[in-house]
Design a protein around this ligand. Structure first.
Ligand code: ADP
Ligand code: MG
Length: 280
């Protein structure tokens, strides 16, 4: 197989969809782990108070652990809270704790409330000896201030779409939010990638949904589709991504393919540059 080309500048993606249970967290952690498995340094920022991404990456996130909450509200440097996943030295996580549940409200009265994450991330990337190739932000299922902070910090939006009833419902609201943030807060923001998840090729419904999404978004939808797979749903209860839990399973294979496709699409967007980030 072809050696994947790592991006020359950090790519920041936010995994967003205001619907819950569509595979945001699963996609964030498994794409991140798959990217790390091909040599990319990846930082996952867990912006969901539920902390499911932190759990899946095997990173402690009890209430006493310094977290994204401290970064957003008390201006802790991101470097002070980032932990390395036991899964790979290339895979790091800024954990979420239960305190983050209050941040949505607390942020309302704060100065530069939409820019908190971006400022922290800019400082982190500028001062890191080896900046990550990818930053992947896992969003909560809402379009509140936490998600706005993610939209302001990222350049790319990755939308997971579950191949089930009402897959496209609420999508125009999400696209409207992206457009608004792009206009007022973060011009480079765009929907770069749509990933079809929990695909069951045996059902006509899944096929129809996939077809409909591809018709609407021919350039954004990845060729790779993530199948519905029990191994994918089991992995988090072992504090693992499916890449580590069962690397040969269909879900792991698909997420690795998605990671390679994401890398290739990035190279295409950079004008097909063949240069890879020089490893120190
Ligand atoms: P979200 O973050 O959007 O709320 P999750 O990633 O937590 O969604 O996924 C919702 C549920 O679906 C979880 O229980 C997860 O384990 C399960 N799930 C996600 N992707 C798959 C898949 N490809 N196959 C089987 N189960 C999946
Ligand atoms: Mg989630």
């Amino acid at each position: 197989s072809v050696t994947p080309v790592l991006p020359t500048a950090t790519r920041t993606l936010t995994v967003s969809n205001q619907k819950g249970g569509v595979g945001k967290t699963t996609t964030a952690v498994n794409i991140a782990a798959a990217l790390a498995s091909v040599g990319a340094r990846v930082l996952v920022i867990d912006l969901d108070p539920q902390g499911n991404a932190s759990t899946a990456l095997g990173v402690p996130h009890t209430a006493d652990v310094p977290s994204v909450y401290d970064v957003l509200i008390d201006e802790f440097p991101l470097a002070d809270i980032v932990q390395t996943s036991p899964e790979s030295p290339l895979l790091t996580c800024a954990p979420s704790t239960i305190h983050l549940a209050g941040a949505e409200i607390e942020l309302v009265s704060q100065v530069a409330r939409e820019h908190r994450l971006r400022r922290a991330l800019d400082e982190y990337l500028a001062s890191a000896e080896e900046p990550p190739h990818f930053v992947v932000i896992d969003c909560p299922p809402s379009l509140g201030l936490l998600t706005i902070n993610a939209f302001t910090a990222a350049h790319e939006v990755l939308i997971p779409i579950q191949c089930e009833y009402y897959a496209l419902e609420g999508l125009s609201q999400l696209l409207g939010s992206v457009k608004m943030i792009q206009k007022h807060l973060n011009p480079p923001l765009h929907v770069s990638t749509i990933l079809l998840t929990m695909y069951d090729g045996r059902t006509r419904l899944a096929q129809q949904v996939a077809e409909e999404v591809r018709t609407h978004f021919p350039d954004e939808v990845m060729k790779t589709v993530i199948p519905r797979s029990v191994r994918v749903s089991e992995a988090p209860s072992f504090g693992q991504t499916v890449i580590a839990y069962d690397g040969q399973s269909a879900g792991a294979v698909a997420y690795r393919e998605a990671a390679v496709e994401l890398l290739a699409r990035g190279a295409r967007d950079e004008g097909g540059s063949a240069a890879s980030m020089t490893e120190g």
